[in-house]
Design a protein around this ligand. Structure first.
Ligand code: HDL
Ligand code: ZN
Length: 420
């Protein structure tokens, strides 16, 4: 066994390992290069990230449509002016853009957007993907895949789907739960014999749809996001869809069911994708699912800060519950710090502390840099406390712990640890 790390070296070793351990990013909105236009990257995509759009409007009195009528480049210039030039970019998303520029070796002090754009123009998509994954030390990326999206469906049906083995699929089917009437129309168009009424045939055909797409994509898990008013069990369509279709298919194909709970959609429709909000949810719905289906694995993340401690305590009660990430409005330094700390204090290293949720490829750099440093320091605190009680930790043990947190826990939970 290697030697225990001396007390004085614990923190720098832990933070170094947190910063360098290769990550499996288990929930993103990124795509492999073969998905073409669906893969977003570059300066203008980074600046028109929906987080930055909503923050920019706080400094503006212009009509929303005036912004939406601009070109993407004009929108990026407007956001740059509002959030970076007229005011300091201190928010998580704005400072993240600066972190990306800095880590890509650009002259941040120039404050010249066209200089930054020019530096990106010399690279192909594949070169940018390789460079960013190397800089962010992200070795595997799980996408969010929606067969109801015609652009994406075409890639899966005609382009032989995924080729890049660094990318994995997750089947995302919010519409089946949250917009059943429209989902029925989409399923019928795809050749499934379903109707709005919850008949045996409809259940069977919806199960067939899920099973066929999970197998076509080799989807690692089935995912849905839900508004915070989600109740389970309930005499409603969502509970019937979960009980009669989603859990049976996940059991049949032995994959986890991921529920992302707590969004309140379109509180300001003028902001479009940026117009969603968080809301407190009912953790007892997760408890009921975990208890009713002890052999079904659930990946759960919730959006309201108020739900986090209770969800973490629940994870102590159900080993089929894997909590993950600091989702969306929680992906800020203060919340990552707070959530990681009590998650470690209640669960040790048996959870998935972060996912990036990236929509634009270069965001991997800042979303992981910022989180890794926090995770490293929280774990260092715990190692130091152990050391003061006479329990030394070796570097190999630290490597194991950070690999568990940032990579292996996810694959082990899937039952696919060989791919970690
Ligand atoms: O539903 C989700 O997966 C969320 O992550 C939304 O995509 C949200 O718009 C987002 O981008 N959060 O980071
Ligand atoms: Zn997401």
């Amino acid at each position: 066994m290697s030697a225990f790390i001396p007390f004085g070296n614990i923190r720098e070793t832990a933070v170094r390992l947190a910063q360098t351990t290769p990550v499996t990013d288990m929930h993103t909105h990124l795509y492999a290069p073969e998905f073409g236009e669906l893969l977003l990257w570059g300066i203008d995509e980074l600046l028109t990230y929906h987080y930055l759009i909503s923050e920019s409007f706080r400094w503006s009195t212009e009509e929303y449509d005036q912004f939406w009528s601009m070109t993407k480049r004009e929108q990026a210039d407007w956001i740059w002016q509002k959030l970076f030039i007229e005011h300091s970019p201190v928010s998580e998303a704005a400072s993240g853009f600066i972190t990306v520029l800095h880590r890509m070796g650009l002259d941040v002090s120039s404050r010249n957007l066209d200089d930054y754009r020019q530096a990106f123009e010399s690279r192909t998509t594949e070169q940018q993907v390789d460079m960013i994954m190397e800089l962010a030390k992200v070795k595997k990326i799980v996408m969010t895949n929606d067969p109801f999206d015609p652009v994406e469906r075409k890639v899966w049906l005609e382009g032989n789907g995924k080729k890049d083995d660094r990318f994995y699929a997750a089947l995302r089917v919010d519409g089946l739960l949250n917009d059943w009437p429209n989902a029925v129309n989409s399923l019928v168009e795809l050749g499934y014999d379903v109707e709005a009424e919850w008949t045996e045939r409809t259940k069977q055909e919806t199960r067939r749809f899920l099973a066929e797409w999970i197998e076509r994509m080799d989807a690692l898990y089935l995912a849905v996001s839900m508004t915070g008013d989600f109740q389970y069990p309930a005499e409603d369509h969502r509970s019937r869809m979960i009980d009669d279709v989603m859990v049976p298919v996940c059991q049949q194909l032995n994959i986890p069911f991921a529920l992302m709970i707590g969004v309140r959609r379109k509180v300001n429709p003028e902001l479009r994708l940026a117009g969603d909000m968080s809301m407190r949810s009912d953790v007892s719905a997760v408890e009921a699912l975990c208890r009713k289906y002890p052999n079904q694995k659930f990946l759960i993340t919730m959006l309201a800060r108020e739900n986090q401690h209770e969800l973490t305590v629940l994870a102590r009660k159900f080993r089929n519950l894997m909590i993950f990430g600091c989702w969306w409005f929680l992906h800020i330094e203060s919340m990552v710090e707070e959530m990681t700390r009590f998650r470690v204090e209640l669960l040790g290293t048996s959870m998935i502390p972060q996912h990036s949720d990236c929509r634009v490829f270069e965001q991997l750099i800042y979303k992981w840099d910022h989180s890794r440093t926090i995770i490293g320091n929280v774990i260092a605190d715990k190692y130091e406390r152990l050391h003061r009680s006479g329990w030394g930790v070796t570097e190999d043990e630290m490597k194991r712990d950070f690999d568990d947190l940032l990579n292996r826990n996810f694959w082990r939970f899937l039952g696919r640890e060989a791919e970690a």
